[in-house]
Design a protein around this ligand. Structure first.
Ligand code: AQP
Length: 333
């Protein structure tokens, strides 16, 4: 069945192997299926929910586009653009913020994690971020949203908002209620320093993640220093219980190999961790280095990247502004 796909990545720098395995790799597969209509967005309006330096933000927007293309998304097949260039996102977000309920937003765990202890000082945008995310998705009549596991709750909220709008205005099926596309395994890659914490761009320690721009030596060094425990490599899945760091590294290896945890466990059962880490470094370099080389090459041609964004924004605007006109009509504007 033809799917309408939408997903976004924040241009907050340091795109890492978690973003790749949890989301971008999946975008590439969806882009390659000719039946799908894909829209991939650099969500710069989401990025400014925390302070950004404008010059760095502009570079990060280009770097995110370069990462999409270097990973295998074809701008001739999929729409690639940045959110701020299509006004319909902000307008729909305002309208949907009048549909969403405070109680729904109060349950969002990502806000609690990101705002930390001092919620009073967090931006209002950080709090209402999931409504903008719902707007992003709904204005393209999206049927499927490929995301990492951390976005599951926001997607459920998006579904609730779509249904409430349709009910409130008696417009059955006006907003399509989108399905999440979350990989069964490896949809949450954890920090190399703490197997209980998500690998994240904003984590201060660069050793906690493998960036998609890391070179061979950086990858080897980070994997060598990655936290493990004192036990030998597991022989069964059950052996991974209570061993979050080992599970994470074995998960990364399995995902890069397009294999399963079970097969990886079989492959390394009885061996020691240092042997496994060598093989993990090798497969990571094999998969990530071509992407990182291509990112660097693309970044040397800024006008090409800007052109992709400009053309993508025009195409996205054509679709989104039609939906906004219909929303105006429904709401009596
Ligand atoms: N650790 C992860 N494992 C699997 N998937 C992940 N994603 C992010 N981290 C992991 C998925 O990547 C896509 C883009 O994420 P994003 O840039 O929009 O924002 P995020 O989820 O907030 O990512 P980070 O890395 O944690 O950024 P910061 O530190 O800036 O908040 C999404 O589909 C996400 O699920």
């Amino acid at each position: 069945m033809a799917k309408k796909i939408f997903s976004g990545v924040q241009p907050t720098g340091n795109l890492h192997i978690g973003n790749y395995l949890g989301a971008i790799k999946n975008f590439v597969d969806l882009n390659n299926d000719n039946q799908n209509k894909c829209v991939f967005c650099v969500v710069d309006l989401h990025a400014v929910t925390v302070a950004q330096d404008p010059k760095i933000l502009r570079n990060n927007i280009r770097e995110t586009v370069a990462t999409f293309i270097a990973s295998g998304i074809d701008p001739k097949k999929s729409i690639i653009f940045n959110q701020s260039q299509v006004g319909a996102h902000s307008e729909a977000a305002w309208i949907l913020s009048c549909v969403a309920r405070m109680g729904w937003l109060n349950r969002m765990t990502q806000f609690k994690e990101k705002a930390g202890k001092d919620k009073e000082k967090a931006s209002v945008g950080l709090y209402s971020y999931p409504i903008l995310m719902a707007a992003d998705i709904l204005i393209y009549d999206t049927t499927h949203v490929p995301v990492g596991n951390d976005q599951k709750q926001h997607l459920e909220l998006c579904r609730d908002i779509a249904q409430k709008f349709n009910n409130d205005f008696g417009v059955n099926d006006f907003f399509k209620v989108p399905e999440p596309l979350i990989q069964k395994d490896f949809s949450r890659i954890m920090s190399l320093k703490d197997g209980l914490k998500k690998m994240s761009k904003s984590e201060l320690s660069d050793l906690s993640r493998i960036n998609l721009t890391d070179d061979k030596d950086q990858i080897i060094n980070k994997i060598k220093k990655a936290k493990t425990d004192t036990l030998p490599m597991p022989s069964t899945i059950q052996d991974l219980n209570e061993r979050p760091e080992a599970k994470n590294l074995i998960g990364i290896y399995s995902s890069l190999k397009n294999s399963t945890l079970e097969k990886t466990i079989q492959e390394f059962s009885g061996k020691n961790f240092s042997e496994f880490k060598e093989d993990l470094s090798q497969i990571t370099i094999e998969k990530i280095s071509p992407i990182s080389k291509e990112i660097k090459k693309l970044l040397s041609d800024q006008s090409y990247l800007d052109k992709i964004l400009e053309e993508g924004s025009k195409k996205a605007d054509e679709i989104a502004s039609k939906k906004i006109k219909k929303i105006h009509d429904i709401m009596g504007f």
